[in-house]
Design a protein around this ligand. Structure first.
Ligand SMILES: [Zn+2]
Length: 316
């Protein structure tokens, strides 16, 4: 049999499409696949967040939690004289009845105070509650502050903080998978996505508000002051209104106030006189031991309100 060499098409391994077009198709397919993976992982995280134990969460956080810059916090090595600030807020958190907060009682709920003029509070994975100095200047009653702290505990009860944490990790992993480490674009994306995403959904915020009400009511026996924070935030940032509130993950303050007022009315909850914040702090000082007594000038200064409407304030 005679061997007849076959003429190969020299272009057999070369696509006839333009290489840039080819790249575009592959690139969009990769992006599409990553989006699907991201969404699936998001669902898995939601499921995991509901099933992971508090002990596991604390362990996970101890492994992966970024060591925060200590100078961000009040009561650090350089400002001992303000340690009372942290101790005061901690004393309020310590009064939250642990038998009413379910699995969240498994957290060692620790308060840290951030040097930040924006009134804000955060539930951080592992059981830390971060509040800003701006929040302490902003609230006018102990009851109002307790409702905000109760709101954050509500996020721990819902394990909301874990979902945000998981989302950040997945986004970080996706950017690494797509662009590799040390790539300029990956660095940009990593810098843009908060690894620790502490924002929550509308329904999570509404549910946490109810916990703020329940906890304040359990402590004071009345609901006085529990809507004050949201009410003043509406004056401060403006109510987004029903349409924007529906679209936004952060429900307008008006909707949140109405939700609580409806519960107070429907359940006939008593509404008493809130304890003014300055009196609350004075009483805390009176119980503060002599060694820890703050300097005479360490009073709670009411700072000027920060500029309104940047959308960064509130209870995260
Ligand atoms: Zn919140």
């Amino acid at each position: 049999m005679k061997y007849v060499p076959v003429e190969f098409d020299p272009g057999i391994n070369v696509t006839r499409r333009h290489p840039l077009k080819e790249f575009a198709v592959l690139f969009s397919a990769a992006i599409g696949l990553l989006i699907v993976v991201y969404l699936l992982l998001g669902m898995a995280i939601e499921l995991a967040a509901r099933n992971i134990t508090v002990a596991q969460e604390r362990w996970l956080w101890s492994l992966t939690g970024d060591a925060p810059d200590e100078t961000m916090f009040v009561g650090g090595p350089d400002d001992d004289e303000y340690a009372w600030y942290v101790a005061y807020v901690q004393s309020l958190v310590d009064r939250i009845p642990r038998d009413m907060i379910g699995d969240a009682a498994g957290y060692d709920l620790r308060v840290r105070v951030l040097w930040d003029e924006m009134p804000n509070a955060f539930a951080v994975p592992g059981g830390e509650i971060w509040v800003t100095t701006g929040l302490l200047d902003f609230v006018e009653s102990e009851n109002e502050l307790m409702a905000v702290l109760g709101h954050e505990v509500g996020h721990f009860i819902g394990r909301d903080q874990l979902e945000g944490y998981g989302r950040g990790i997945v986004a970080f992993g996706a950017s690494l998978a797509l662009f590799g480490q040390g790539n300029g674009l990956a660095d940009w994306i990593t810098g843009t996505i908060d690894l620790l995403d502490l924002s929550h959904s509308r329904s999570q915020e509404m549910a946490a508000d109810i916990w703020g009400l329940r906890i304040a009511y359990a402590i004071y026996g009345h609901a006085g002051g529990v809507t004050d924070f949201d009410r003043r935030m509406v004056d401060f940032t403006g109510d987004a209104g029903p349409i924007v509130a529906f679209l936004s993950t952060h429900p307008g303050g008006g909707a949140r106030i109405r939700q609580l007022e409806t519960i107070v009315a429907d359940e006939g909850l008593a509404v008493g006189e809130p304890i003014p914040i300055d009196r609350s702090i004075e009483e805390f000082f009176a119980a503060w031991t002599a060694e820890n007594a703050p300097p005479a000038d360490a009073v709670l200064h009411k700072k000027k309100r920060p500029p309104a409407s940047d959308g960064q304030t509130g209870k995260e």
